[in-house]
Design a protein around this ligand. Sequence first.
Ligand SMILES: [Zn+2]
Ligand SMILES: [Zn+2]
Length: 106
Amino acid sequence: MFLIGGVTPKMKVLDNTPRRCPVCGLHQAYYKRVDHYFNLFFIPIVRVKKGEPFIMCERCEKAVNEFDAEDRSGRLDVAPSTCPHCGKTLDESFRYCPYCGKPSSS
Ligand SMILES: [Zn+2]
Ligand SMILES: [Zn+2]
């Protein structure tokens, strides 16, 4: 019996909203995932492996991993400020650090 089958990757777009590609700077990066399907006669029958989501830029045609770092730096903006001298977390209203007594803004 001759069976035409196998496992092939299948690209899936998770989010159609274009994101900014940190490599080329254009909003042409999309959230994608590659799932592996078991195919029988070229028809995907069952998903055998769920892929990890990644960002793929249409222009650069490569996966971009810097988005995690970008998310983290974005979160830092809303995080409480820290003393540039001793590194302790400060309330934004503090003009002087209560820990080391130095001005909290440089
Ligand atoms: Zn790009
Ligand atoms: Zn301090």
